[in-house]
Design a binder for this molecule. Structure first.
Ligand SMILES: [Zn+2]
Ligand SMILES: [Zn+2]
Length: 149
């Protein structure tokens, strides 16, 4: 019996249309007729989707072993994050615009303006969190001794 559909790669997945199991030919008319030279369109689609998924997984794995998310976390360095290192804050912060004078436009929407009345420290932009705390501490220190006559 000639069954060209036997060689189809789509046969490695089950058919969502006729419920043919993986490795079995598609059937029509409620299972009474075997489709020897073709498979259902949805089976092709299902198989195609799996191939795309596999390709994506392969690409992700070969990308120097680190996911994009991990790279971002490590500031571009590949590898697994290790024990938390001291976070550079304020002037030492690597974030562009952190510690910038507030006379400059806001470097990023999340940046906060630190401005303390009576401080010799001018208003500056900082990242939210530790950088902001650093900025506030700096402004407070520079406010000590300022005459408020
Ligand atoms: Zn089918
Ligand atoms: Zn910062």
């Amino acid at each position: 019996m000639d069954e060209p559909a036997r060689t189809f790669p789509e046969l490695t997945v089950a058919c969502p249309t006729c419920d043919a199991a993986a490795g079995r030919l598609c059937t029509s008319h409620g299972g009474t007729r075997v489709r020897r030279d073709t498979v259902h369109q949805r089976r092709r689609t299902a198989w195609g989707g799996i191939q795309k998924q596999k390709a994506r997984t392969r690409a992700a794995r070969t990308a120097s072993g680190a996911s994009t998310a991990q790279k971002t976390w490590n500031r571009g360095k590949a590898g697994t994050p290790t024990a938390p290192a001291p976070v550079p804050t304020g002037r030492d912060c690597a974030v562009s615009g952190c510690g910038e004078l507030a006379s400059a436009p806001r470097p990023a929407a999340r940046m906060v303006r630190v401005d303390l009345d009576g401080s010799r420290e001018p208003a500056r932009w900082y990242c939210p969190g530790p950088c902001r705390a650093y900025g506030e501490a700096l402004a407070e220190v520079r406010a000590i001794g300022v005459s408020r006559a």
